[in-house]
Ligand binder design. Structure first.
Ligand SMILES: Nc1ncnc2c1ncn2[C@@H]1O[C@H](COP(=O)(O)OP(=O)(O)O)[C@@H](O)[C@H]1O
Ligand code: SF4
Ligand SMILES: [Mg+2]
Length: 353
């Protein structure tokens, strides 16, 4: 378990217990393409505090997966980080060598994906795969196998002594995702990255997997960066939310603040597309009128990135990029300040007596 007070101090990277586990600072990332550079992430700043679950939410194409892959440094060949830092344990992950990064992946950080087959080998038994990922541990194969069985039991695989010999195709989608969670959690990571891990599952299985992640996070004390386009899922699992739109963070804060007092018209539009709000989970994709702007070359709009779809747009939105304004909510969460990048927040502050 990684607890701020108990976190060991590494000589090479003294850690500030109060500092967030993950601190993404002004991250900008392009993809090269025949059409020109795609400015997929622009000036992203967000944190994952220790022991908290942070949801990253937004429509398809908003940059959620790219952000998660950038953190674990598993980006496509054509990705280029053009600015910013990704700081974990006091070190900028972007400056680490591939070898140093391999030392962090699967130890301090692990990841689960929408499709469990992304991380499972079809032609190898589950047990063998779980033994293989323990290659760094100086224990016998029998002990590694025992650990694998316990890890499967922990995530609710029935009859794990027997099922550990099974192959991925012998399990349902939900069970395969449980196996991936078991593998990711076996190393007791400080940070688990989860990219839409329930999107391909039916609603009942999704609820079970969310419950499992919630329980394991509490047991291990890790932080989770949870990517989803389902606001309902985010509300159920996460403590904090980062709202991404077309490669920019438009709002962030605690789940409570974002759901009860959204400060950005895009967040409001996402909520309007999710009639159940917090109480009733919806699996419906948000449908907001209009289209996401092109992020290619110099086609990224000037001013506010949401202006082409915003019902409240006014002159200033056309030419001035909105900074992060503090949104004053009923509850002040010190770990999750509530901010929104919308000029309307500025006007709101001005109207304040
Ligand atoms: N390998 C790639 N090459 C070119 N463009 C990409 C690549 N991966 C993602 N993109 C583009 O980057 C943007 C963000 O994509 P992504 O991170 O997958 O969004 P999300 O996960 O929110 O659906 C999209 O415009 C997408 O088309
Ligand atoms: S800055 Fe303007 S266009 Fe952007 S979200 Fe606010 S009101 Fe809408
Ligand atoms: Mg994605």
């Amino acid at each position: 378990m990684t607890h701020p007070a108990a976190a060991p101090t590494r000589p090479e990277a003294p850690r500030d217990a109060a500092a967030p586990l993950l601190d993404v600072r002004h991250l900008s990332l392009d993809f090269t393409s025949p059409r020109g550079r795609i400015h997929a992430l622009r000036d992203i700043s967000m944190t994952v505090p220790r022991g908290r679950i942070v949801g990253v939410v937004g429509e398809s194409g908003s940059g959620k997966s790219t952000l998660a892959y950038a953190v674990i440094r598993l980006l496509a060949e054509n990705a280029r980080v053009v600015g910013g830092e990704i700081v974990m344990d006091g070190r900028d992950l972007l400056t680490l060598s591939p070898r140093e990064m391999r030392g962090i992946r699967g130890r301090r950080m692990s990841m689960i994906f929408q499709d469990p087959m992304t991380s499972l080998n079809r032609v190898m038994s589950i047990g063998q795969q779980m033994i293989d990922i323990q290659y760094r541990d100086p224990i016998s194969k029998a002990e590694k196998r025992k650990r694998a069985v316990e890890a499967l039991r922990r995530v609710g695989i029935p009859d794990p002594e027997d099922r550990v010999n099974g192959y991925p195709h012998q399990f349902s989608g939900g069970m395969r995702q449980r196996i991936c969670i078991a593998m990711a959690m076996m190393v007791e990571p400080a940070l688990l990255l989860a990219d839409e891990p329930t999107t391909a599952l039916d609603a009942t299985t999704e609820v079970q997997i969310i419950g499992l992640l919630e329980r394991l996070q509490a047991e291990i004390g890790c932080s989770i960066l949870f990517v989803s386009h389902h606001l309902g899922t985010v509300a159920e699992l996460c403590h904090d939310v980062v709202v991404l739109y077309a490669g920019e963070v438009v709002e962030q804060g605690s789940v409570r603040d974002i759901f009860h007092n959204p400060g950005h018209p895009y967040t409001q539009a996402l909520l309007d597309c999710d009639p159940g709000r917090i109480k009733e989970k919806t699996r419906r994709l948000p449908t907001i009128p209009g289209v996401v702007p092109s992020l290619v070359g110099d086609q990224v709009p000037t001013g506010c990135i949401f202006k082409t779809r915003c019902p409240h747009a006014f002159d200033r939105c056309d030419h001035e990029v909105p900074p992060s304004y503090a949104v004053v909510s009923g509850e002040v969460a010190p770990d999750a300040p509530h901010t929104a990048r919308c000029h309307l927040r500025d006007a709101a502050e001005e109207r304040r007596p």
